[in-house]
Ligand binder design. Structure first.
Ligand SMILES: Cc1cc2nc3c(=O)[nH]c(=O)nc-3n(C[C@H](O)[C@H](O)[C@H](O)COP(=O)(O)O)c2cc1C
Length: 250
């Protein structure tokens, strides 16, 4: 019996062969690699980032197409991971390619942003949640226009943010690698409806509800600026960060 890990979302499958389709993110068997204790350490190789959806592929060349958003290899950039000495020349020669690697060092938390439209609910994983001001309590989220959650927030003007704990990597997979257009992400998940109707994960560290004040079109994404209308601390434990998630995903 082998263990197989999905290179896209980190799902582990046990069996003689890779599954025909990842049950979490839907990619085919070509995206699975045998998972051993050794492979658990970071895989060597070049890292290529999709400039459309931020998916990171490890290998000598970029993939023919992005397994998450489907764009072709030209839209992948090579991440330059090696350390350098910061000289005047290095600063003068820097450009967008080198900046892509630098962006990897910006820290983020991971959250589930949810919304409602008519009587339908949906949610997505989101790292771009920021507190903007304390008085009034104001936050922003940045959502890709292709996402169903984007459509719901745009139409209803309300959303909720559930904060995740360090063990909640499964929620990242469920909400971050599949669209509510194809699957009911809340099936089998415990949640409560907030005052604004948006779902809140029962198993969260904390949550806030918010009402959109302003939107800014930033190209592929919309930046939503919103007033916090309610919220609660649920479990005062350590929150999940993007870098912790990456290290757990491998
Ligand atoms: C770790 C992680 C962080 C993500 N952060 C964002 C984000 O900040 N903004 C965004 O639009 N999508 C982000 N995504 C991608 C969405 O969660 C993903 O596209 C989701 O499938 C959209 O679902 P929906 O179509 O049901 O709304 C992230 C995904 C992952 C795995």
């Amino acid at each position: 019996m082998n263990k197989w890990r999905c290179n896209v979302c980190g799902y582990i499958h046990e069996g003689e062969a890779a599954p025909a389709e990842c049950p979490v993110c839907g990619v085919g068997p070509e995206e699975f690699t045998v998972f051993t204790e050794k492979a658990e350490q970071k895989q060597p190789g070049k890292r290529w980032k999709c400039t459309v959806c931020d998916y990171v592929h490890t290998g000598d060349t970029p993939p023919d197409s992005c397994p998450l958003c489907g764009v072709s290899a030209e839209l992948f950039v090579l991440l330059l991971d090696e350390s350098i000495s910061l000289t005047r020349e290095a600063v003068a020669e820097a450009g967008i390619d080198t900046a892509n690697s630098a962006m990897d060092k910006i820290s983020y938390g991971l959250y589930i942003v949810t919304s409602i439209k008519d009587n339908s609910i949906n949610g997505q994983c989101c790292n771009t949640v920021f507190q903007l001001t304390s008085k009034p309590l104001r936050i922003s989220i940045c959502l890709n226009k292709r996402n169903l959650t984007h459509q719901y927030v745009m139409d209803s003007g309300v959303f909720a943010v559930s904060m995740l704990g360090t063990e909640q990597t499964e929620a990242v997979r469920r909400f971050g690698y599949q669209s509510g257009r194809n699957v009911d992400k809340f099936a089998g998940i415990e949640y409560l409806s907030g005052q604004n109707g948006c779902p809140i994960l029962t198993n969260c560290l904390a949550y806030v509800e918010a009402k959109v004040l302003q939107t800014l079109d930033v190209g592929t994404h919309t930046l939503f600026i919103a007033d916090v209308t309610a919220g609660r601390m649920v479990a005062n434990e350590e929150a999940l960060t993007y870098s912790l998630y990456r290290s757990k995903k491998g």
